[in-house]
Design a protein around this ligand. Sequence first.
Ligand SMILES: [Zn+2]
Length: 120
Amino acid sequence: MLCDDVLLHLAQTPDEASNDFLPLPIRHHLATCLSCQAEQVHYRRVHRELQSLKTITVLPDERLLDDILDSVRPPATVIQLRPSRRRAYVSGIAAAATAGAAGAIVLVSKLSSKGQRLAG
Ligand SMILES: [Zn+2]
């Protein structure tokens, strides 16, 4: 068993009781290796300090949300269309809306004629 193998398991042992859940070869290595024991003590101290942070509440600055949103929003760019293109877009949109309305009228008339055939 190498120390590197043991180090991978040390984060899972936040206290003395959790040592029992480690595989037996790792427990044997920990019992004899001072380097791994020191590393385990370090992990446990970090774990205790992290546990103590659970009770601390930090209120963010009121401008924090605005600052974050300002930093993630893409910069706005305004695209000016030339008048001839703008007119072409508007006429294209009007033509598409007209075609859609005509399609809806045809569909409704077909459905209503089908309904009359079924009823009559
Ligand atoms: Zn070791």
